[in-house]
Design a protein around this ligand. Sequence first.
Ligand SMILES: Nc1ncnc2c1ncn2[C@@H]1O[C@H](COP(=O)(O)OP(=O)(O)OP(=O)(O)O)[C@@H](O)[C@H]1O
Length: 623
Amino acid sequence: MGSEIVDVEAQSQMVEKSPAIFKKANLPVSLKFEDVIYKIKIEQGGFLNKKSKKSEEKTILKGITGVVVPGEMLAMLGPSGSGKTTLLTALGGRLGGQLAGSITYNGKPFSNAMKRNTGFVTQDDILYPHLTVTETLVFTALLRLPKTLTKQDKVQHAEAVISQLGLSRCRNSIIGGHLLRGISGGERKRVSIGQEMLINPSLLFLDEPTSGLDSTTAQRIVSTLWELANGGRTVVMTIHQPSSRLFYMFHKVLLLSEGNPLYFGKGSNALDYFSSVGFAPSVTMNPADFLLDLANGVSTAESQEDHAAIKQTLVSAYKTELSSSVKSELAIDNQLNISPDGKKFKRWSNTWWVQFSVLFRRGIKERKHESFSGLKIAQVLIVAIICGLLWWQSDITHLQDQVGLFFFVSGFWGFYPLFQAIFTFPQERLMLAKERSSGTYRLSSYFMALTLGDLPMELVLPTVFFTITYWMAGLKPSAGSFLSGLFALLYSVLCAQGLGLAIGAAVMDQKSATILGSVIMLTFLLAGGYYVQHVPVFIRWIKYISISQYTFKLLLGTQYKVGEEYMCGADKTCLVEDFPSVKSVGLGNQAISVIALGIMIVVYRLIAYLALMRIGVTRKRYN
Ligand SMILES: Nc1ncnc2c1ncn2[C@@H]1O[C@H](COP(=O)(O)OP(=O)(O)OP(=O)(O)O)[C@@H](O)[C@H]1O
């Protein structure tokens, strides 16, 4: 107990020394929840026979009540699957579906203003692997801090968080991730907490902030959270197996077992309560371990116990012994009359333009390794040179060859941008969900930043390709033909890219999106007018949606004119427009191709945008 007091004193001193933003909460929040019940529908059976599929209702949370006031830190304990994360998500205003009971924040339901006053740290750290610690926190500060602060102030806030969380040593190291060495797990967790601390939330939720960390690091993180609570914040976290040192730092503890509350109250009173209902620990042990044993139906008092019966006894004991006192605590009017006023708390902290420009810069930084990869450039250069060599100084007498080149170009530049774009949104899914659910930015600014950020490289590569191939292959040596060919190609690249974005956003799974993308593009290619000219009427419509067909037609149009002749035999001339694959797409009506591709450029992006609207804004946890 003595060491506890020393700890607490040391922590109070640290608070004194802390930067201003950690001293006091702006808008203290009293969180009250009463009889929270959460049900889900589970599909059962029917693996072989769909008709036998039944949906069964499962109750995940079975009436949980509690109150946490500013300055308090609540820990939710319980075995795996007991409902801790579900309750945390519900309290954090992020759970949709069948949620019953009442959850209030200073007596009011969850609102946008409260969202901006709430920090939520998920169990898995969702961070960009290629950014450094400082970059990560500065970008978050620029996005999430209000526009009343200058850029300099925002950077200073990020710096303050870095020193407060002891991240100075690794400030310039990259976060890292899968197959990419970066900072340690504990440091990564602190960066995630730092991202939420930046906005100085008065209500902070954390899902297992200490899991996978050694006890010293865990202690350090919980101490920081304790400091935050001490500054008038309300801190709620789930925790797996806290050491006794940590256990006594929590002001309140909620013990769950299979969705039932077994205990709610001060951590230091927990053992007395369980002793009073007949479950006293027989040996001195970590109180958290003892509580978890009980929640699993294991009591040290008896050796051959019936786990289900013990759990049942504890559930009943809670109802008879504790429930009413917890509810009466709820009735105490400790509602703070501070509610975020609507004017002060607009929905977004920054203007569209600020969001866009920060996201644009962040996107370029995170993906520069990918977009400007030497391998990608080498791949395009090699294909361009091989094409140039194979079609070396071809001329119109070999019309078949030239037409083949144009078709290849339209196919290659259909697939290439499609597959570059298809991964964009599935890779970003978790980040988008995290940042959208905390109201960091508008979807439109994110969408524009991401799609425009990739654009320069996506357009440079086909330009380089076309320039090399065009002149090596000896196509029409006029600036007009070259430039209109290049325009047609870039136009079709934008279109294929849009299709890739739409498929990626709609499917949100890289593997399925790739398969779907290749089937669609292959169909477009086959219907492009080169391989088959006598298409049955019932399927002829495909060519009207085929990107390859329009690109092919535009490229042919830049080289040949209606009425132009070529040598089709020893001393025989034919009209270009009568050549089979030219005939199938035709040389006239080029404007229609331009309009059709233009429509597709817009429509595919619109589909991608609409598909993204479902991410992060629904308060569902399992989406
Ligand atoms: N949408 C869902 N679909 C299916 N099962 C769900 C869903 N939501 C929650 N569950 C189930 O509800 C129970 C509680 O889940 P929850 O993640 O809240 O537990 P937990 O106590 O946080 O577990 P852990 O400590 O392992 O993270 C689990 O059995 C889980 O499988």
